[in-house]
Write a protein that binds this ligand. Sequence first.
Ligand code: ZN
Length: 312
Amino acid sequence: MTVALRTLLDRSVKKMGKGMNPMVKAATLEMVERAYTERITVQISAGHRSLEEQAALYGQGRVYSYNGKNYSNLAKPIVTNAKPGQSYHNYGLAIDFFIVSDDGKRAIWTVDSKWQRVAAIGKDLGFKWGGDWSAFKDYPHLEMSGGLSFTQLQAGKEPHLTFKLEKMEMPKTNKGDSHIISIQKTLNSRYKTNIEGDGFYGPKTRSALIKGLQTELNKQYNRKLVVDGKWGAKTKTATVIIKKGASCKITWILQAALYMEGFNPGPLDGEFGEKTETALFKYQKARKIPADKLAGKVTWNELFDRNTKHLM
Ligand SMILES: [Zn+2]
């Protein structure tokens, strides 16, 4: 594959637009990433859609007006049966996907085994797929309704979505920190690290976090690191600066590492917001490294280097 994962993710984020439900957005990006690890290059073509945009779509192939405005567009064929407010896109709960060529330059709309596989990954993550509908098949479409009807959503009800990220079994004896157990499970599921979910931050968990970082640097920044979970000069040099506003798996690794060190970054969601920045700042001050609120080489090194300092 010649197109970078980062490119697919960036384009997809742009197309989803603002107004996406954060869980649906996170699940969508996870789907793009999982597909990429199976050498399937997928992109998102649509996400949140305003009521006016929905009216314009519904008006295609029809005589239609909405809120006193004419949306009739008989020159185009009918593309949807959903009026404004009757699509989960209007609530940031649906996305449309398509396959792109290996070089990322061409859209491929053939519903083949790759396409079916992306839909299956989406369903694994909790989406319902339009290709499963009996009446009006909508192959690019994935949605999470949280069990709410359009009427309930219009009334302002918030869906309770369960983001099925991990598929690992929880350990029976739960004696350690539950957040750390959850981090360990996510590491195992994302990076196949096979560490014990015991809720304690030890050398194996740290090594798994380093593996995660190495994997993401390779995937997102085309680094050529050996994924060995060891902190060395090459990995240190390959790190990137992560700062407020970042939204990626590397941010998640930063959050996890800060949490392990006893600095709570807020929800471990991969979104570098206020709480993550505060936790980073406090950590930098506590460790007496430049408190610049940027996770760059010095911070990454401080978090992961155990060769010379901080015995366990
Ligand atoms: Zn759709």
